[in-house]
Every structure is written in C-alpha cells, then in structure tokens.
Design a protein. Structure first.
Length: 235
C-alpha cells in the first residue's frame, strides 16, 4: 500500500494553490494506511480533510481526491476498523464537496474530461460488492455515488422527432427530464432534455434513453454522457 501511495507524484496533480496541499495528501494516506487505533485514524483524516484531498471547512474537493479514491477503498478493505470508517467518511465528503473553478475535472485514460464527483463515483461503484457487504454504511456511500451516473451510447435510432439511445448506464438516472453533457473526442455538447426510457433490468447495465429533439447523427456511438449539473459544480 505504501508503495502505491509513494508512486503518485502528488505535487504534479493540479489544485488551487491557496487550498490544495499535496504533502497532506501523501502523509495522510500513508498514516491512514498504517493507523492502528482511533487517534491515529483521526489524525490521518485531519491531514486528508484539511487540504489533502478535501478542505472540509470550506467544503472544497480537489482533483487529488480522484487519485486517492481507489487507495481509500483499499484502506477500507484492508485497514483497521477506525481507518475504514475514516476512509469511507472522506469518500462521502469528497462526493458532496465542490471543486474550485479551474480545477473541476480530471482526464480519463481515454481523454474524457470527467467532473470530479463523477470520477470518484466511478471508483466507488467499482467496489460495489465490497461496499454492499458492509451493510448500511456501504450502501449509503453507493447511493450517494449513484446520482453521479454515466451513460455510454452504443446505438441510436430515430423515434419521431427524438432519438432512442441504447447503451450502458452506470449509476442511477431518476425519472423526469434531465440535462446532460455529451463527451465526444474531447468536445463537450450539452443535451438539454433526456429521459430514461427503459431502465436496466436486474443483472444488466443496458438501458435506453430518449434524447428529446435530437437526431441520431448527433449522438455517435461511444459518446459518454454525464449529468450536466455535475459539470456545473463549482466552489
């Protein structure tokens, strides 16, 4: 675990210079991974929550929280119970905090500029089985992550003046009309109105969205959709 933490160049991760303290991120994660009691876990949490991955007093989250998310989940799985509770609390806090202007996104390996909250939620969903096994605490974190959904378009067909978009839905898209940002080859287009036409069935992530007043040609396969409100989050 320490090798994984030390392998990250925390100083190279962008963050507001007046708030982000990369040394706190590195020290806090090291300390939390080695914590063996409540006091040590609390001290590590104060490092991470006081400028390392979030700044709790100002409710700000930094891009470093995305890099830290899988490490915090590892600590939650392997660490002391006090470290587990601290790690899960920090993840929940990171999901609810707002990023500073100019530091609102991280770039996926495929080049997609994902809102910080959506990127953290993606890491959380990757540990669904583990979190479900924790009971209420883990399920609560998954529910908080679910609202930061993402949808990958696989195929589109015309449906009257609208488009039916078939693809893979991660997270939970509620009923009603939503706005989304669509990512294609580094460009972002806002889709003002879409609805969930067919939700995934149990054991599947396949779903269908109705994109209102859009032609299939405007919605290419492999385009990624995220909640527009997540893209608008700013401290």
């Amino acid at each position: 675990m320490l090798d994984e933490i030390d392998a990250v160049d925390w100083g190279s991760i962008p963050g507001h210079p007046d708030w982000y303290e990369p040394d706190r991120a590195a020290r806090g994660l090291r300390a939390l991974s080695e914590a063996g009691n409540l006091v040590q876990a609390a001290e590590a949490g104060s490092q991470l929550g006081g400028g390392g991955i979030v700044h709790g007093h100002s409710a700000a989250v930094f891009p470093a929280a995305v890099v830290a998310a899988p490490l915090l989940l590892d600590i939650a799985q392997r660490g002391h119970p006090a470290a587990k509770a601290t790690a899960l609390g920090l993840l929940d806090e990171a999901l609810s905090c707002y990023p500073h202007a100019g530091y609102t996104r991280v770039v996926d390996p495929d080049g997609t500029a994902v809102p910080i909250c959506c990127a953290i939620a993606h890491h959380v969903r990757a540990r669904t089985d583990f979190l479900v096994g924790l009971g209420k605490r883990g399920k609560s974190l998954l529910a908080d992550a679910a609202v930061h959904w993402r949808f990958e378009i696989r195929e589109c067909v015309t449906d009257g003046s609208d488009t039916a978009a078939f693809g893979i839905l991660a997270g939970c898209l509620s009923g009603g009309v939503h706005a989304a940002e669509m990512h294609v080859a580094g460009a972002i287009t806002v889709l003002n109105e879409l609805t969930l036409e067919y939700p995934p069935t149990e054991g599947s992530l396949e779903a269908c969205l109705r994109v209102i007043a859009r032609h299939p040609g405007e919605l290419p396969p492999r385009a990624m959709l995220f909640p527009a409100e997540c893209g608008d989050r700013v401290h």
